[in-house]
Design a protein around this ligand. Structure first.
Ligand SMILES: *Cc1c(COP(=O)(O)O)cnc(C)c1O
Length: 435
């Protein structure tokens, strides 16, 4: 069988293998890699209740076909996806409601799945004579910690995290600065946009590229998207087993990586019906679905800070899949939830269900609550819980009036000493810091 090939969402027709798409991250023309056509899937081999590694072997097989990583898919899945992602019941009939809990990994957010899968994939493509990689990662809070955890103590790579000073939560900052060894943390006197700009500038700077072999681990890498499909496979099979119906998802959305994985899982034929994106006050996508005009803008700061994105990069993949606006609108819906509504929803769902949401998950819970009653009754919906509320205790605890228990993995990180270097938001300062 011919191997699966990948090409850019933009004009470039050059095709690369999966391994190359993962190693490069971004296509040379600036587009994102997508498979030439979506692979088929052996639906009969997918059984509810199998763990994520077993489901990954079936669901991702076609994506790996013909690649140098094809024979390693099983071991990559075993190593990266041994993290629980349970779909738990919140409410029963007439409005069956579930949570897909994606916060049981080492840094208590869903980004652990993608970062771990990427690390295991890159490790298996190394040859001994390869130069050491430097992964530059700009983060608004959760990505940096997940990437650090995934690559920590892998001697073939050095991780440099850039985060905006004063714009991440205290516990997020701890997770960005507690690693040591091969992980360094740079606190940038600027915004997340500055951090991202610095990474991009470093990537194209001739002098820096002579000294470092750069790589990126950001969410446009297809090596992070693929594993995110697997928990939708597991969850939708589980919901169908419990209710006999297809699952509907509300997904907290920023760069649309998590949401796009759900869309792909549905395209593969998994029992998924509606997909609703919950954005915060950064409403580029909801506005686009309403007006048909794509107007990216500067991001604004909200309580759900990991979704503070004004120009979501994975929109490019969505539009490549559904080039026509009317079709896109029929395949996804989106709502925008402001900070006041996020706060109210945290309080309301704590009272009603005894569940405590992080601000991102609360945006999803609010988008669900705003659906017309007829869309909820009889239809199983799943709130995608993207982070543990203990990561955002300074926001959530005053609202629910009680301390939030800290998961063990997070508690361990909170006890480690911090190491961080402050830098100005300039390429010169970044170059000095990593020299
Ligand atoms: C990154 C993140 C999001 C947004 O996910 P995207 O894939 O960028 O849309 C939502 N919630 C949390 C907790 C996150 O860390």
């Amino acid at each position: 069988m011919a191997g699966m090939m990948y090409a850019s969402t933009r004009g470039d027709r050059t095709e690369v293998s999966l391994g190359d798409a993962i190693a490069r991250g971004l296509a040379p023309d600036g587009g994102l890699y997508v498979p030439r056509q979506l692979p088929g899937i052996d639906a009969n081999a997918l059984v509810a209740g199998q763990g994520l590694p077993a489901l990954a072997r079936v669901a991702l097989r076609g994506f790996f076909a013909g690649d140098r990583l094809e024979g390693r898919l099983g071991e990559i899945a075993d190593a990266a996806l041994n993290v629980p992602a349970p779909t738990t019941a919140i409410d029963a009939s007439p409005d069956p409601l579930y949570a897909l809990e994606l916060y049981h990994g080492p840094t208590a957010a869903f980004k652990d799945f993608g970062a771990r899968f990427l690390a295991e994939s890159l490790e298996r493509m190394r040859s001994p004579q390869d130069e050491r990689l430097t992964i530059l990662v700009a983060t608004s809070g959760d990505t940096g910690g997940a990437v650090a955890a995934a690559f920590h103590r892998r001697p073939w790579v050095r991780v440099v995290i850039l985060y905006p000073k004063g714009l991440v939560s205290p516990r997020q900052e701890q997770q960005l600065t507690c690693w040591g060894d091969n992980v360094e943390s740079l606190r940038v006197a600027g915004t997340f946009d500055d951090c991202q700009r610095l990474v991009k500038e470093a990537f194209v700077d001739e002098a820096l590229r002579r000294r470092h072999r750069f790589s990126s681990a950001n969410s446009i890498n297809i090596g992070r998207l693929l594993p995110q499909m697997v928990y939708y496979v597991a969850s939708s099979l589980e919901v169908r087993r419990a209710t006999g119906r297809s699952a509907n998802y509300v997904i907290p959305a920023g760069n649309l990586g998590n949401a796009f994985a759900a869309v792909w899982a549905r395209e593969l034929g998994l029992p998924i019906d509606r997909i609703l994106l919950a954005h915060n006050a950064n409403r580029t996508v909801p506005d686009y679905l309403t007006t048909g005009e794509w107007r990216p803008r500067a991001s604004i700061a909200t309580l759900a800070s990991a979704m503070d994105v004004g120009n979501p990069s994975n929109m490019e993949r969505l539009r490549a899949l559904f080039p026509d606006w009317a079709t896109l609108r029929s395949r996804i819906a989106a709502d925008s939830i402001d900070d006041a509504a996020i706060r109210d929803r945290i309080i309301a769902d704590h009272r009603r269900f005894g569940r405590v949401w992080c601000p991102h998950t609360a945006a999803a819970a609010e988008a669900y609550a705003r659906l017309p009653a007829a869309d909820r009754t009889g239809h199983p919906w799943v709130l995608v819980a993207t982070a543990h509320p203990a990561k955002f205790n300074e926001i959530v605890e005053p609202l629910v009036g009680a301390p939030i228990e800290v998961p063990q993995s997070l508690a361990r990180l909170l006890r480690l000493p911090r190491r961080v270097t402050d830098i100005a938001p300039t390429l010169g300062a970044l170059a000095d810091a990593i020299a």
